[in-house]
Design a binder for this molecule. Structure first.
Ligand SMILES: Cc1ncc(COP(=O)(O)O)c(C=O)c1O
Length: 348
């Protein structure tokens, strides 16, 4: 980042200090399109991209432009808890759709579609937050078909897609934006740095135009032109590819450490080994209440997110989400040991 900033600030061009182009700087979108074409494995053009100040802002803008208070949307059960808060900010009515190790369950979606039509379905198709699961290829195809048949939008939050530690995940839903009603959210938060507040929306030309025409963009211009100019340099010099390769190597090791610590200290818990992303989603034995466990764990100075936070209906009380990417191996070991000590104090 330092090198990219020095190089960019050394150029005799201060355009990025002006209000930016509403869709996002053209050079930056071009560099991002090249990066995405390479990493996602299908061609993406700069015109299909709209620069945001992160996936959260993208989601907020979609709610603002595509929904009215009281509208129904579908969400995965469980789903990213701050997305639930964004939906609450827009007073949307949420319908939970069940999920399993292969992601969203199509039978559950079909059941709900029999009685209501959502404005959109919010989905995290790859390395989901909080479960780490990915939607299978077969379900992706069914989902896209259903969204066209029933005429609702798919909002795919794909911020973990490139953090893949074994094998190749299915193509992102971003691959479907050209053909129809899919909007994909991307972000630099998980692959470069969240403090940049920089991300993108990938969508068809009409939807892109809708974002460009919003009052927010008319008033403030394109998002973060200054940061975009520096990150553009990172993209042009291959710095992002290098960083992702480093993250994957580091996180893959941490995942292995977390997995073996869980198996050593907590043989009674159930989980599917994640293949990418940030999280383990753990089912506690004997209906242990995760919020009570959290209180015990605080005394051991170890933290996690209780499952109920990710439920739009107050369920999943015997699940916890563990994040392994931020810590060194010895801290992960210590954390799982302390979790075991907290669990030992619970009566089950
Ligand atoms: C699924 C999901 N979407 C969005 C975000 C936030 O992304 P951003 O920092 O780009 O707003 C997160 C961060 O945890 C996330 O897990």
């Amino acid at each position: 980042m330092r090198r990219a900033a020095e190089e960019r600030l050394g150029q005799n061009d201060s355009e990025f200090l002006q209000y930016g182009a509403k869709q996002g700087d053209g050079n930056f979108r071009q560099a991002l399109a090249e990066f995405l074409s390479r990493s996602y494995g299908f061609p993406a053009g700069p015109d299909s991209l709209f620069i945001t100040s992160g996936a959260s802002m993208g989601l907020h803008l979609i709610c603002t432009l595509f929904t009215r208070p009281g509208d129904t949307i579908f969400v995965e059960e469980p789903t990213y808890f701050f997305a639930l808060q964004i939906f609450a900010d827009h007073t949307l009515k949420l319908v939970p759709i069940r999920t399993d190790e292969n992601g969203l369950r199509i039978d559950s979606l079909e059941e709900e579609l029999a009685t209501s039509r959502p404005k959109f379905l919010y989905i995290i198709p790859t390395f989901q937050n909080p479960t780490g699961h990915s939607l299978s290829q077969e379900r992706r195809e069914r989902l896209v078909t259903l969204s066209r048949q029933h005429n609702f939008l798919l909002v795919a939050d794909e911020v973990y897609h490139l953090l893949n530690y074994s094998g190749q995940p299915p193509k992102p839903l971003a691959a479907e934006t050209e053909a129809g009603n899919v909007i994909s959210l991307g972000s630099f938060s998980k692959i470069l740095a969240p403090g940049l507040r920089l991300g993108w929306i990938q969508a068809n030309p009409e939807d892109i135009q809708r974002f460009i025409n919003s009052g927010l963009l008319n008033s403030g211009g394109g998002m973060n032109p200054f940061t975009s100019a520096i990150v553009c340099r990172v993209l042009e010099t291959g710095g992002l590819d290098q960083n992702i390769a480093k993250l994957i190597a580091t996180y893959r090791d941490r995942l292995t450490v977390m997995d073996s610590a869980l198996r050593r200290y907590l043989p009674g818990v159930e989980y599917t080994l994640p293949r990418g992303g940030y999280f383990f989603w753990i089912h506690l034995p004997n209906g242990i209440n995760a919020t009570e466990l959290q209180h015990r764990a605080e005394t051991f100075k170890v933290g996690f997110r209780p499952g109920t936070l990710f439920s739009c209906q107050g369920g999943l009380q015997d699940y916890i989400r563990l994040c392994y990417v931020f810590y060194e191996a010895d801290e992960l070991e210590q954390g799982i040991l302390r979790l075991k000590q907290s669990l030992d104090l619970m009566e089950y």
